[in-house]
Design a protein around this ligand. Structure first.
Ligand SMILES: [Zn+2]
Length: 300
């Protein structure tokens, strides 16, 4: 049995998978954010409950918004109580078994590269467009980690050509810098574009419904968004040259993206560089927890 535990800023989800990665059962609990001891207790009780259900000691993979550095310490601004703590050692000791940790978005990329939408592709780039923007690269089904496991795709800068074309304001990012691409391409970033174009939309769903009805202003806003996303994915293509890009996060559910993106990306590439296929994820919202379960099984 494989357990995947996806720890989010507000909720934790544990999913039990069998050896063929069929999802057998899953449940959620709130994420304790203030007390490290409460956090450890909650994680341990979820794993012990899974052991009780399966009547075996399953393998454990954990995903979190942030990372565990090569020394085993957590780096996470979303969950203050774990930041700087020796999370890997502490949880492994409490559970008496090895545990693997991975950034939640990298786990998404890993899941889609292994049995997902990127199966049998050598270079699979996962890009998540949700409350933030992040990503991960898989090569031959294995995650590229870099020297410190950094995965800050959302903090590349807004291209000057896009800023000038639409006169976008330079927005301050949560990382402390200005004009990170996340400020324009995340869900809140897309709503910020709606304000910039003086539209009435207050949710992404409203914008997309109007787009699908043929509303001119919705098309103007969404085209600017796709132009910006196309320029971003073209830059990632120039660096990584992926065979395929798998989108994730809430915005990956917008079907128009997949029709418009190939043209938008190609505008920012040049002869000799292929436009990678851009596809929806196979496992949707549950891809991340599937990815951490598989990572725990293979590498813990
Ligand atoms: Zn930033």
């Amino acid at each position: 049995m494989m357990y995947g535990l996806d720890i989010g800023g507000t909720k934790m989800e544990l999913a039990i998978f069998d050896a063929e990665l069929n999802r057998l059962e899953a449940w959620r609990a709130p994420t304790p954010k203030e007390s490290y001891q409460s956090f450890l207790d909650s994680v341990v009780s979820m794993i012990e409950k899974a052991d009780h259900i399966t009547q075996v000691r399953g393998t454990v993979g954990i995903g979190l918004p942030g990372l565990v550095d090569p020394e085993g310490c957590a780096v996470s601004s979303n969950i203050p109580c774990i930041h700087g703590r020796r999370l890997k050692d502490d949880i492994s000791a409490r559970l008496s078994r090895p545990v693997s940790f991975e950034n939640d978005v990298k786990a998404f990329a890993f899941s889609e590269a292994n049995g997902g939408a990127g199966e049998e592709q050598k270079y699979v780039l996962g890009v998540v467009l949700g409350t933030g923007v992040s990503g991960g690269l898989c090569i031959d089904g294995r995650l590229y980690s870099g020297s410190r496991n950094v995965s800050e795709f959302g903090h590349l800068l807004l291209p000057a050509i896009i800023q000038q074309r639409y006169q976008f304001p330079l927005r301050v990012c949560g990382c402390g810098r200005t004009s990170c691409i996340e400020q324009y391409l995340s869900g809140p970033g897309l709503l910020g574009l709606c304000s910039h174009f003086h539209s009435r939309y207050t949710t992404v769903a409203e914008l997309i419904q109007s787009l699908q009805r043929g509303d001119t202003q919705a098309l103007e806003i969404f085209s600017a968004y796709v132009d910006c996303l196309g320029s971003y994915l073209a830059q990632l293509t120039l660096v990584f040259d992926p065979n395929i890009i798998v989108l994730g996060g809430g915005l990956s559910n917008i079907p128009e993206l997949y029709q418009m993106l190939p043209g938008a990306i190609s505008e920012y590439l040049f002869a000799g560089v292929n436009v990678p296929r851009v596809v929806a994820p196979k496992f949707g919202d549950s891809s991340g927890v599937r990815g951490v379960a598989l990572l725990g099984h293979r590498y813990a």
